[in-house]
Design a protein around this ligand. Structure first.
Ligand SMILES: NC(=O)c1ccc[n+]([C@@H]2O[C@H](COP(=O)([O-])OP(=O)(O)OC[C@H]3O[C@@H](n4cnc5c(N)ncnc54)[C@H](OP(=O)(O)O)[C@@H]3O)[C@@H](O)[C@H]2O)c1
Length: 248
């Protein structure tokens, strides 16, 4: 089978930035598998894109469910036999508060189960198909909230923000990016983290974010899409946002 078509899987693609990524990348000719956690919303979102003539396939993909991850990979394997781009977009926010001394272990485990273990399991399962493609990209949506460099920089607003479970889960995901970038160094597979920046989505308190100048979903997704469309695929082991490099 020809491998000319670029095949992309986006997790958490039924709403927010994931939906913008699905729309834009399919508009650019990629075949997008839209991984959905909420299948009712997923069906509505996928139909909207299909009605516009866009080439998307909806897959049920709760990244905390290993059977759904495996079924997603099998669907892509059966249809194409390879995967070019995995966008690890799915994520959840943490509990209110976020001081480590007040964080319940259950909350810590819940946030890590999705943001870290789910994303890590999804990526692990996708590797065999990424290896079969002419080029592969693992694009992981983390956050400036997970940057230890910013948290320790007294001139940064992040030195004042404590949201322990969410921040720690995104820091761990950055470590995943670094590990894959080292493993695949010198191959045609790259691994990078992206920070969308403060974006008004359902993940956050939208109203408060909008009052504080949050980005639109289109603008938040911009750097993720830019990396996904980059034909060079020469960035590896980076953590970037629209403004440039984000400190790890
Ligand atoms: N918004 C921001 O300011 C901001 C800033 C930095 C980084 N980020 C990151 O950007 C990414 C996209 O978030 P967003 O802001 O666009 O929020 P969003 O609209 O809430 O999108 C997150 C998506 O992930 C899905 N999801 C949640 N748990 C899942 C699971 N177990 N399996 C598969 N999908 C799951 C959600 O599904 P349901 O809605 O059905 O639960 C939703 O579709 C996240 O990784 C987030 O951490 C966001």
């Amino acid at each position: 089978m020809s491998q000319n078509e670029i095949v992309t899987l986006i997790t958490g693609a039924e709403r927010g930035m994931g939906l913008v990524e699905a729309k834009t990348l399919s508009e650019h000719g990629q075949h997008v598998f839209m991984g959905a956690y909420d299948m009712d919303l997923g069906q509505k979102s996928a139909k909207e894109l299909q009605d516009q003539g866009l080439d998307v396939t909806l897959v049920a993909c709760d990244i905390t469910d290993r059977d759904q991850i495996n079924a997603t990979i099998k669907t892509i394997d059966d249809k194409y036999g390879y995967l070019n781009i995995l966008i690890n977009n799915a994520g959840i926010s943490g509990p209110e508060g976020g001081l480590p001394s007040e964080t319940d272990e259950k909350d810590l485990r819940r946030v890590f189960e999705t943001n870290f273990f789910g994303t890590s399991a999804m990526t692990h399962a996708a590797v065999p198909l990424l290896k079969k493609a002419p080029f592969g990209k693992i694009i992981t949506v983390t956050s400036d909230m997970g940057s230890l460099g910013l948290a320790l920089d007294q001139s940064s607003m992040f030195s004042h923000i404590i949201a322990y479970p969410y921040q720690a889960s995104k820091t761990a995901l950055n470590a995943m990016t670094v590990a894959y970038s080292k493993e695949f160094k010198g191959t045609n597979i790259t691994a990078n983290s992206v920070n969308p920046g403060m974006t008004a989505t359902d993940l956050v308190n939208k109203e408060e974010f909008e009052k504080n100048g949050a980005k639109t979903v289109e603008s938040g997704a911009h750097r993720i899409i830019e990396l996904a469309l980059d034909p060079k695929n020469d960035a590896n082991g980076t953590f970037t946002e629209d403004a440039g490099i984000v400190p790890w």
